[in-house]
Design a protein around this ligand. Structure first.
Ligand SMILES: Nc1ncnc2c1ncn2[C@@H]1O[C@H](COP(=O)(O)OP(=O)(O)O)[C@@H](O)[C@H]1O
Ligand SMILES: NC(=O)OP(=O)(O)O
Length: 314
């Protein structure tokens, strides 16, 4: 049975679960692949996107630490492309294995995706995207003083480096992605929100920033006319009064209600806020579309209406 077309966005922090080694990240991806294969088995058409916040931050740190004449440090756009290759490869590997185990005859392809941004986006003046490991306030302030890098507190979990996060304007490989989907392939795309680029005198230029994968996934979902944007992260639902007295899980809400909560400041910048904003924008982009936020292990249950924060236009 052919069901809805779903863009499934996997969180970088959720993939990073464990000690961050290649082994533990692949283990987390292998567990996620079980869910994804079940969703595909039920007949949903699936496109996978993923975050890269922890991974791209670690790749950047590795560059800084190894910088020398023999091993020059790579810039942030190139680190973003490295993270797409790394996570895309892990996803291809684990998805292939799971699909074969389930007897599903489908092939998976990861596409290095470039996303055009506006070089004059005000985000370049105000870094908000947390990347890399968590630090104590004291450690973060010391690194800020020594290096000039900007750090901020991240949703009650510690301090992290923040970098500019321009809004996605155009997904350059969108037609290739669409052609693959139409031909029955499972596509992994817009990893880490896509590598941010802009056009200058007919050339494509990479830019130092990390696009939010929730916004890039929303854009891709609209372009390929998906029915559902399913955002998988660490929490089963979005909450109001998160980590405060009166914390309450949000289940089925309208875009209007969700916007009210956004205006009250209920969702942290750089973590839950972009997810809720992307889900609202997707739900309002065409009648019948919905945005869902839930945890990695609850994706199927959320698609079946059993859990998650489900945002609809009406
Ligand atoms: N109101 C909220 N409701 C639920 N989670 C929230 C809220 N505000 C902030 N968060 C935090 O946002 C996190 C998800 O964002 P993040 O870790 O950046 O996502 P990703 O999985 O895409 O990397 C949750 O694990 C939680 O700690
Ligand atoms: N690029 C991005 O949005 O990554 P996370 O999902 O890891 O924050």
């Amino acid at each position: 049975m052919e069901r809805e077309k779903v863009v499934i966005a996997l969180g970088g922090n959720a993939i990073q679960a464990g000690d961050g080694t290649a082994e533990s990240q692949q283990k987390a991806i292998a567990e996620t692949a079980v869910q994804l294969a079940e969703i595909i088995k039920l007949g949903y058409q699936v496109v996978i996107t993923h975050g890269n916040g922890p991974q791209v931050g670690n790749i950047l740190l590795q560059q800084i630490k190894a910088d020398s004449k023999q091993t020059p440090a790579m810039p942030l756009d190139t680190c973003g492309a490295m993270s797409q290759g790394m996570i895309g490869y892990w996803l291809e590997k684990e998805m292939d294995a799971r699909l074969r185990a389930e007897g599903i005859d489908k092939e998976v392809a990861a596409i290095v995706t470039r996303v055009e941004v506006d070089p004059k986006d005000p985000a370049f003046e105000n870094p908000t995207k947390p990347i890399g490991p968590f630090y104590s306030e004291e450690e973060a302030k010391k690194i800020m003083e020594e290096t000039g890098a900007v750090f901020r507190e991240d949703a009650g979990r510690g301090w992290r480096r923040v970098v500019p996060s321009p809004k996605p304007v155009k997904i350059m490989e969108y037609k290739i992605i669409e052609t693959l989907i139409e031909n029955g392939y499972i596509v992994i795309a817009a990893g880490g929100g896509g590598v941010p680029v802009y056009r200058e005198e007919g050339k494509i230029v990479g830019v130092e920033g990390v696009i939010d994968k929730d916004f890039a996934s929303q854009k891709l979902a609209e372009l390929i006319d998906a029915d559902v944007l399913l955002i998988l992260t660490e929490v089963e639902t979005a909450y109001i009064n998160f980590k405060k007295p009166g914390q309450e899980a949000l289940r089925e809400i309208t875009a209007k209600k969700a916007r009210e909560y956004v205006e009250q400041g209920q969702f942290a910048q750089g973590s839950m806020l972009p997810k809720v904003e992307a889900a609202i924008a997707f739900a309002e982009s065409k009648p019948g579309r919905k945005g869902i936020i839930t945890s990695l292990d609850k994706g199927l249950d959320a698609l079946l209406g059993k859990t998650g924060t489900v945002i609809t236009a009406e």
